[in-house]
Design a protein around this ligand. Structure first.
Ligand SMILES: *[C@@H]1O[C@H](CO)[C@@H](O)[C@H](O)[C@H]1NC(C)=O
Ligand SMILES: *[C@@H]1O[C@H](CO)[C@@H](O)[C@H](O)[C@H]1NC(C)=O
Ligand SMILES: [Zn+2]
Length: 602
């Protein structure tokens, strides 16, 4: 683990300095351990990894660079500033990327020698209102030892050595463009290299290999797979009483192929990524890694108020983890880019829009004793506001109650999947009641630890009351929970309506698990035939089938159809019996119960 942390800190160095303006430590200059050897793959290949040390300066209010300020675009400005600052020729500075966010502009450049880019010599400059606020650089000074720079003409062809390199890195060339680059070495020399990507999807490895263009040797490799650790409540735990655990790399490589911290090609070191951003009060008030290498290790101090700094960090870390975990599991069951999910980037070739990760505002100041989710149509971010609960001393934080987080995030899923991404098809009272029901039901689903179906109570932690925030536990016992479809008519409050639906689904879940068994890997493997997997497939599939503003009866019909579509109707009678048992039988309508099932199920 220690070796891994070192590896990651080194790999991330280039991006550590640039990812989030407000997260950068104000002390300057910034220095870092930068050189080590590491072991790669099953054959334990020893590989050097070297990033020249970076300098870093921060300028508070910012510097007006009158002499060097070159209006004409971020690329020209960043190149001019870096060249002037580092006293190098403008033509040896190549613009790589940049972006503008609010008033901040960020430019990223790379050093060139003999017209060839140096892979590990980069610089970054940030502006606020046209003033330079930070500058970081790992440019090398080759002029001091000109004889140490390799000849710019390769003498070894990559194709002659590629199979050897693939074998060393235990993967295959992935057809991404190959480039000729320079690579600064720890001894001060500069090697000429072929940069080639080697990938192995089975073991989730992905490297950019640097192959000496004069000797054919593998000199170094950048590891694109980031492993991150978070001290959080594993999603199966309901709330803080279960205890935080340090989870290593909980991302799902299929749902989040670039991990949770790559944002528009730039690795973040905060609770901000492609799927979600967990913040307090503002987009720049995030939790930063507690140690190099994407380690977010913030214990929660239950003797302190939630607003204590360490507890805010624990809250943001847990909210970030849960938002990503829910993204990944919903993705596995069909809430993908083309199905209008929440992501900044992804595979939008099949439809759907980007630029819309989920915002989770922890300890949001706009309320207490609750949480909510503003869904946003596809292409616009959704925002979950999670509040502090003031029923206890110290107060309790909804962001340390996984059921509350999953409940809110599920509003995003159901609102987007119903009606094709518009987020405007769960608006009628009855359909909003269904929405509350799905949200409770998915929270319950994520917390199952085995095939035993227990009564489920939501929100008992934040209230410090065993009854929780709903009227009755969800239960297979009619004594514990007698609600039926007819109760919808009693009271059109969306949560009480939701309880009827959630309890119906609880009973259907129990029947499916009884019939098909239970899978412990359902969250990452949707291919099994176990009952909890079947349940979630039908759950998600039905959302896309049902009409805009569905009724209970229409939602039931969508479940029956979803089972037909995916399983050929194998669960038709089980589902009918489950719904009919709660008054949603064949003739149900207008909030009048019917307990009958189709003739072929009787
Ligand atoms: C940002 O969060 C810290 C705790 O991490 C808090 O002390 C500070 O007041 C917050 N700033 C804003 C603007 O909310
Ligand atoms: C929670 O409730 C229990 C039992 O009513 C009580 O003893 C305990 O002090 C409460 N905890 C807090 C933090 O208020
Ligand atoms: Zn809700």
């Amino acid at each position: 683990m220690a070796a891994l942390r070192k590896l990651l800190s080194s790999v991330l160095l280039a991006v550590l300095l640039i990812s989030e303006t407000n997260a950068i430590p104000s002390s300057a200059p910034y220095s870092h351990a930068t050189h080590h050897r590491r072991t790669v793959g099953r054959r334990a290949l020893k590989l050097e990894h070297y990033n020249p040390p970076s300098t870093f300066e921060t300028f508070g209010e910012g510097l007006v660079q009158a002499a060097t300020f070159a209006p004409g675009g971020l690329d020209t400005e960043a190149r001019t500033y870096a060249a002037t600052k580092l006293k190098v020729d403008y033509n040896t500075v190549e613009f790589r990327s940049g972006f503008t966010r609010d008033k901040a502009r960020h430019g990223y450049v790379r050093q060139k020698i003999n017209g060839i880019p140096v892979a590990n010599a980069v610089a970054n400059v940030a502006y606020m209102d046209n003033k330079v606020v930070t500058f970081g650089s790992s440019f090398v000074k080759p002029s001091c030892n000109i004889d140490k720079i390799a000849d710019p003409k390769p003498t070894v062809d990559l194709k002659d050595v590629l199979s050897k390199i693939e074998e060393q890195l235990e993967g295959k060339y992935n057809n991404q463009p190959i480039s000729l680059q320079y690579l600064a070495r720890p001894d001060g020399s500069v090697a000429l290299v072929h940069a080639v990507q080697i990938q192995n999807e089975q073991v989730n490895s992905w490297y950019e290999a640097f192959v000496d263009a004069h000797s054919g040797e593998l000199l170094s490799a950048t590891d694109f797979t980031y492993q991150a650790s978070y001290r959080v409540l594993p999603i199966q735990k309901q709330d803080l009483r279960g205890g935080l655990e340090l989870l290593v790399d909980p991302h799902d490589p299929i749902a989040s192929p670039n991990g949770w911290h790559l944002l528009r090609g730039v690795a973040t070191t905060t609770t901000s990524g492609n799927n979600a951003i967990a913040l307090k009060a503002s987009q720049t008030n995030l939790t930063s890694q507690s140690a190099d290498g994407l380690i977010f290790d913030y214990p929660y101090d239950t003797s302190q108020e939630p607003a204590t700094t360490i507890n805010i960090d624990a809250a943001r870390t847990n909210a970030f983890y849960i938002a990503n975990r829910v993204h990944d599991l919903a993705y596995r069951y069909g809430f993908t880019e083309s199905a209008f999910n929440y992501q900044v980037e992804g595979d939008f070739s099949k439809g759907g829009k980007g630029g819309d990760r989920v915002y989770i505002s922890v300890q949001d100041s706009t309320g207490v004793d609750n949480a909510n989710f503003a869904v946003g149509p596809d292409g616009l971010s959704g925002t979950a506001r999670v509040y502090i609960w003031d029923k206890t001393t110290p107060k309790r934080d909804g962001s340390l109650d996984n059921a509350i987080l999953v409940h809110e995030l599920t509003h995003g899923i159901t609102s987007r999947l119903t009606g094709g991404g518009t987020a405007s098809c769960l608006q009628s009272l009855e359909s909003r009641g269904l929405g509350e029901g799905w949200s409770d039901a998915l929270a319950e689903w994520t917390e199952q630890k085995d095939g035993v179906v227990r009564d489920y109570v939501l929100g008992d932690y934040v209230l410090n009351n065993t009854a929780g925030i709903r009227n009755k536990p969800y239960s297979v016992s009619k004594d514990v929970n007698p609600l039926t479809y007819a109760n919808v008519a009693d009271d059109f409050e969306v949560h009480t309506t939701g309880e009827i639906w959630a309890n119906t689904l609880h009973n259907i879940y129990a029947k499916l698990v009884e019939k098909h068994g239970w899978s412990s890997t359902a969250m990452t493997n949707p291919d099994g035939s176990e009952g909890n997997i079947v349940y979630l497939h039908i759950f998600i599939d039905a959302l896309s089938l049902q009409p805009c503003n569905p009724t209970f009866v229409q939602a039931r019909d969508a479940w029956i159809q979803a089972d037909f579509n995916r399983y050929g109707g194998a669960n038709k009678c089980l589902l009918w019996k489950g719904f009919a048992d709660k008054g949603l039988g064949v003739q149900a309508g207008n909030y009048v119960n019917d307990f009958s099932v189709p003739n072929d199920c009787a």
